[in-house]
Design a protein around this ligand. Structure first.
Ligand SMILES: [Zn+2]
Length: 81
């Protein structure tokens, strides 16, 4: 029988979005880029989803993300015209 490797859910940390401690385990999700199986938590206070991967984007990556969102938004505006 093949054994599936799962990350065991850890004691939930405060919500990284609102800071409240109302996180509940939802499911495991496979990350698209790194192919890691991570637990996904939902916040009962602000309805955000998060995981304790520790991944943090640096300023350069945040700037690229902003550029992508701005470009996508402009493309969608053109499509609506
Ligand atoms: Zn929250």
């Amino acid at each position: 029988m093949e054994q599936t490797t799962h990350v065991v859910p850890v004691a939930p940390l405060p919500c990284p979005v609102c800071g409240e401690s109302f996180l509940v385990f939802v499911t495991h999700k496979m990350t698209i880029r790194t192919k890691r199986d991570l637990p996904l938590y939902g916040c009962l206070a602000c309805q955000s989803f998060s995981n304790p991967s520790g991944y943090v984007e640096d300023e350069a990556q945040l700037a690229r993300d902003l550029d992508w969102h701005m470009q996508t938004d402009e493309e969608q505006k053109v499509c609506r015209i």
